[in-house]
Design a protein around this ligand. Structure first.
Ligand code: FAD
Ligand code: 2HG
Ligand code: ZN
Length: 476
């Protein structure tokens, strides 16, 4: 083993190697602290060539590799196993923006660039990179692409998969595939790019990407809205598409419970409305058309206000606050984006990152809450999410004061009926967080034999030694 470490050191240098237990620790546990693994070393290459050399060495020595970006994943995909035979290959030193092409609306980046840096670089160039999620200050684009991340603007711009043109990948054999093509059209055989996106590091390591950019919005309206029910939220969104002239960029649903956790645990959070309601929507419309000063033309804020007024008359809205400036809009967003942190601070929770078609949300929700309560009457459902995509974080918080072990004893009793219900509504048991380690058995249970056989065939063909993030997504 000393020999392996020395050969790794020869590739990445001292700066690229973490061997002491204290230094390794943050790389060995996931954001939710569900797993605590061990690793021979944390290896941090600085270039694609170094990644390729590390992978070649590991392939020759039959050492498994766990790729890791910002380590914000929810499914334990970036965490090594407990046996300590793997290395963690962190992309966090590959953090350079390589090119921004404002004419062609693309940005080329290394895989370890933090999402927020990409958003800011785009904005400085009067462009938008629309991927946006609560972990954006720490997650990396390589992790976003490897999980096909969603976030809060999917309903307008699509998942991570739709935001990328080309990628560079180091294969499990240590070969470099340069697929960094900035092409919107490219029908040349099997789509290798799409194979690696969402593969959670099980098929290769994404080292670079060419991302798509959009024009930067110039007029944005944001409202925090109390609604009587999830049905009303869905109907409000349905009408908003036309009322906004197809400018709805976010529509997030929240139940009161999640908001209370944020207000209780995140200092500085304040309730935007005076009264308490059961359900809320955070609605945002954005347009690239700037309001011309000195004209009477109506901007998005006025249009939204008029729309919400009509919706109130129809009983779809109970109360609403329209952000008067950017900092108020940011405060609304902070409440939504702090839902995961609020839940974490409150105590143990079981997450169900599910999707059903938008029109089935309301029906599913009533039955789903009943199923959770039947399994554990004192549990506290925490429902929020990207209602415009039919993606709900249909989470379940432990009864007040319970510890993790106590609550996790109910994991299958709670999740089984919820997932059965999702599947019976034609939905998905993982809408955006992937499978990682946490849902390996669920995937095997809920997907058909033909799908699983095809996935296994792909994995075996590309990674015959099963050294690339083994035990994640699939057991082969
Ligand atoms: P990591 O956690 O490091 O890794 C995730 C997976 O990708 C692992 O399997 C890892 O092996 C693999 N991987 C990482 N980098 C590479 C690479 N370069 N090549 C190959 N494989 C790689 N997710 C959403 O989809 N939508 C949300 O709205 C959302 N909100 C979140 C909010 C919070 C507060 C938190 C903590 C997480 C949230 N997530 C969300 C989950 C998470 O942020 C995303 O999955 C994110 O895309 C992971 O990026 P990362 O760099 O942290 O990846
Ligand atoms: C979000 O939408 C994330 O905020 C995290 O996907 C969801 O914590 C969760 O369950
Ligand atoms: Zn989400």
């Amino acid at each position: 083993m000393t020999d392996l470490i020395e050969r790794l050191r020869a590739i990445v240098g001292d700066k690229g190697l973490i061997l002491d237990e204290e230094g390794k620790h943050p790389y060995l546990t996931d954001w939710r602290e569900t797993y605590l693994g061990k690793a021979l070393a944390i290896v941090r290459p600085a270039t694609t060539e170094e990644v390729a050399a590390v992978v070649k060495l590991c392939a020759a020595e039959r050492v498994a590799i766990v790729p890791q970006g910002g380590n914000t994943g929810m499914m334990g995909g970036g965490t090594p196993h407990e046996d300590g035979h793997e290395i963690v290959l962190s992309l966090n030193r590959m953090n350079r923006i390589l090119d921004i092409d404002t004419i062609g609306y693309t940005m080329t980046v290394e895989a370890g660039v933090i999402l927020k840096t990409i958003q800011e670089t785009a904005a400085q160039n009067d462009r938008l990179f629309p991927l946006s999620l609560g972990a954006e200050g720490s997650c990396t684009i390589g992790g976003n692409l490897s999980t096909n991340a969603g976030g809060v603007q999917v309903l307008h711009y699509g998942n991570a998969r739709q935001l990328v043109l080309g990628i560079e990948v180091v294969t499990p054999q240590g070969e470099v595939w340069n697929g960094l093509r900035a092409l919107k059209k490219d029908n040349t055989g099997y789509d290798l790019r799409d194979l690696y996106l969402g593969a959670e590091g099980t098929l290769g390591i994404i080292t670079k990407a060419v991302l798509k950019l959009w024009p930067k919005p110039k007029d944005v309206a944001t409202a925090w809205i109390a609604v009587p029910s999830p049905e009303a939220a869905v109907e409000l969104l349905s009408g908003a598409h036309a009322a906004s002239e197809d400018n709805v960029t976010s529509c997030e649903l929240m139940a009161r419970q999640g908001i209370d956790f944020v207000l209780d645990h995140i200092p500085g959070s304040t309730d935007p409305l005076q009264e308490k309601y059961d359900w809320y929507v955070l609605l945002e419309w954005s347009s690239t058309r700037a309001r011309r000063p000195g004209t009477n033309e109506t901007g998005l804020a006025e249009k939204m206000e008029a729309y919400l007024g009509e919706a109130m008359e129809k009983g779809l809205v109970l109360d609403a606050a329209l952000a008067q400036n950017e900092s108020q809009a940011r405060a609304f967003w902070a409440i939504r984006e702090n839902h995961s942190e609020g839940q974490k601070r409150e105590g143990p929770s079981i997450k169900h990152d599910i999707s059903v078609s938008v029109s089935k949300i309301a029906g599913f929700m009533a039955e789903g809450v009943a199923a959770m309560k039947k399994a554990l009457p004192d549990c506290r459902p925490v429902v929020f999410g990207h209602v415009g995509d039919g993606n709900l974080h249909f989470n379940c918080q432990s009864p007040s004061g319970w510890n993790k072990a106590q609550f996790m004893a109910y994991h299958h009793a709670i999740s089984g009926p919820v997932y059965d219900l999702v599947v019976s509504h034609g939905g998905s048991i993982s809408a955006e967080h992937g499978i990682g380690r946490l849902k390996v058995e669920d995937l095997a249970h809920y997907r058909s034999k033909v799908e699983l056989d095809t996935m296994r065939a792909i994995k075996r063909a590309l990674d015959p030694q099963n050294l690339m993030n083994p035990g994640k997504i699939l057991q082969v």
